[in-house]
Ligand binder design. Structure first.
Ligand code: HEM
Length: 408
């Protein structure tokens, strides 16, 4: 096993600017690293990250979320295991797929996307990150829950501090304190709404959560509040970065953008390849329940394991020419890319596989279609620099574009 000395540290500015060269060195020369600052073992190879996520032998838990997110969200589905997790998942999963998604929530997705686009389509220029990506998914979640539109800006503020908490690998006390304040404010906001909604069930996601019952089990007010808080981060931040990512990748590969513009059936391919090439979530942690051997090294029981999705998804032993963005690659399965049978690791795999993957896909499909329709001649503006930011979650900082103005 290696120590991190000869490799750019995952907390260094150099790594934050461009982690991909460091990922390569890790995969090739130091596939298992003890990282002192985060007190965790880092794995980077596709086969190791896949092994940890699939957890076929019950060697890993998600107890890491007790300290990683419970202080800001309360206890969530991510921390549950076994039957308790299966029951909770069965309660919430139907809302994010099938007829609920198609009939109830697709109009919500389309309406929220259109509203944002209508605000800039006539101007001929926009920043697809600030004006669209950072707003769209969080507005969708708030609207799906049936919360007041007037509160979207407050939601955006909470969302920003929750994300900062999650990405606070260096342990900045101010970021931690802001995250904990958000927990209090969000609870004060949500509890009266949950109590009121239980009395007046509607057609929204919050009503579904209030009424859902599996084996006689219902979610408590605290459970619902924590789940909504998790949705802000899990459903907002990730899809925000995914939309930024798909446009960054397509705008820097104009021939692939043109192919997608002409054949919208390629959006799924472009999204799947974006999830592989520039995943929104670059690292996910686990806790070892027993001693585990990986890539020739040993992880003791009770240790934190940091799984580098961003590195594993560019493993040359899994993908040909892994540092090339290619929506036509034949070694990435697009059909299974949004299910637990996915062969990229961006949604993790196994029991905690992203429950919102199909919702994310619907948002990206609607978003890309509407933006391409409303913004003819879409191209990078002067000063366009799709540099990514973020270490835990990652996406383009800004995407200034120009296009031919169009009326709504
Ligand atoms: C491209 C967008 C998305 C990405 C990359 C993503 C990524 C992930 C990942 C990596 C996990 C696994 C965490 C772990 O195993 O520790 C996860 C779980 C989860 N995601 Fe997503 N996600 C996305 C969109 C969404 C959306 C739109 C929602 C909203 C419904 C959502 C809700 C969740 C929830 C609730 C879990 C926990 C599932 C469980 O513990 O069983 N995600 N997501």
């Amino acid at each position: 096993m290696s120590t991190a000395q000869q490799i750019p540290d995952i907390l260094s500015p150099e790594f934050a600017t461009d982690p991909y060269p460091a990922y390569r060195i890790m995969r090739e020369h130091a596939p298992l690293i003890w990282h002192e600052a985060t007190q965790s073992y880092i794995v980077s190879r596709y086969e190791d990250v896949e092994y940890v996520f699939k957890d076929r032998h019950g060697e890993f838990t998600t107890e890491n979320y007790d300290w990683q997110i419970e202080p800001v969200h309360g206890k969530t589905i991510l921390q549950l295991s076994g039957r308790e997790h299966a029951v909770r998942r069965a309660l919430v999963a139907p809302a994010f797929r099938g007829s609920d998604l198609q009939e109830k929530f697709l109009p919500v997705i389309e309406g929220n996307s259109r509203e944002l686009i209508d605000a800039f389509r006539h101007t001929g220029s926009a920043d697809l990150v600030a004006d669209y990506a950072t707003r769209f998914p969080v507005n969708v979640i708030a609207d799906m829950l049936g919360l007041d539109k007037a509160d979207h800006d407050r939601f955006h503020g909470w969302y920003t501090s929750v994300i900062a908490f999650l990405g606070n690998l260096a342990g900045d006390p101010e970021v931690a304190a802001a995250g904990e304040r958000t927990r209090v404010e969000f609870a004060e906001y949500m509890f009266p709404i949950i109590r009121e909604r239980r009395e007046n069930l509607g057609d929204d996601l919050l009503s579904t959560l209030c009424a859902a019952e599996v084996d006689g089990v219902r979610m408590s007010d605290e459970d619902i509040k924590s789940f909504c808080s998790l949705l802000l981060a899990a459903g907002g931040e990730t899809t925000d970065k995914a939309i930024g990512g798909i446009f960054a990748n397509l705008l820097t590969h104009p021939e692939q953008l043109e192919a997608v513009r002409r054949d919208r059936g390629l959006i799924d391919r472009a999204f799947a390849e974006t999830l592989r090439y520039t995943p929104p979530v670059h690292m996910i942690m686990r806790q070892s329940a027993t001693e585990v051997t990986l890539s020739g090294g040993t992880i003791p029981a009770g240790a934190t394991v940091t799984c580098l999705i961003g590195a594993a998804n560019r493993d040359g032993s899994r993908y040909r020419d892994p540092d090339r963005f290619d929506i036509f690659r034949d070694d990435l399965n697009t059909t299974t890319a949004f299910s637990a049978a996915a062969d990229h690791l961006a949604f993790a795999l196994g029991r905690h596989f992203c429950v919102g993957a199909l919702l994310a896909r619907a948002e990206v499909e609607v978003g890309v279609n509407q933006l391409l329709d409303a913004l003819p001649g879409l191209r990078p503006a002067d000063g366009f620099d799709p540099a990514e930011q973020g270490v835990f979650t990652r996406g383009p900082r800004s995407l200034p574009v120009r296009f031919t103005p169009s009326a709504a």
